[in-house]
Design a protein around this ligand. Structure first.
Ligand code: ZN
Length: 191
């Protein structure tokens, strides 16, 4: 599986098997990278409801006709039934007028979609989820990268700091070969 980076409000990735991870990137930028590599995007996986990961989800899903996969516990916000709990995230969500998008698949811990395993990594948001395939982990903001080293997101962005720390350790304990984080450069581990 090859992984291609798309730059936006957060990191998005396009995999050679037709999956786009996160949607803080504009449709045109997604299409450009997908076409460059001859990839048809069939799935959009959302890691969590924050605006910098979901802002263009509705546009992308509509234009590409891909199935949208959302963590069950974050789906009320992603589908527009509620605002994110907490001051800053809620405020940003309203200010940026994020368009809701319908989840075609709602995942919980251990579910598998297209060979990707969903791993619940709550704390940053209630439903934060990492997707893992072939030793590649797409961690959303549950594990971020500072110059290739794993770090937690700043406290003020976390819904539940204690659980965020637990999830951070849990994901690292799974010993992925590489983590593709929501922000920062990929984290590569020695074999
Ligand atoms: Zn986030």
């Amino acid at each position: 599986m090859e992984v291609y980076f798309v730059k936006g409000m957060s990191n998005s990735y396009i995999t050679s098997d037709g999956v786009l991870i996160d949607a803080g990137v504009k449709l045109n930028d997604v299409v450009k990278v997908a076409e460059q590599h001859g990839i048809k995007i069939r799935y959009l996986f959302i890691t969590h409801y924050h605006v910098d990961h979901t802002r263009y989800a509705a546009d992308i899903a509509k234009a590409l006709g891909c199935a949208v996969v959302v963590p069950e516990l974050d789906s009320d916000v992603v589908e527009g039934r509620s605002r994110p709990p907490g001051g800053l995230a809620g405020l940003l969500h309203s200010l940026m007028r994020v368009k809701p998008v319908k989840a075609d698949v709602k995942v919980k811990d251990g579910d598998e979609v297209e060979g990707y395993r969903a791993l619940a990594a709550p704390g940053h948001t209630p439903g934060s989820t990492a997707y893992v395939k072939e030793g590649a982990m797409f961690s959303g903001d549950a594990v971020l990268s500072s110059n290739g080293r794993p770090v937690l997101p700043p406290k003020r962005y976390n819904f539940d700091q204690h659980r965020a720390e637990e999830s951070f350790r849990k994901l690292l304990d799974l010993k992925p070969k590489v983590i593709y984080p929501g922000h920062g450069t990929p984290i590569k581990f020695m074999p």
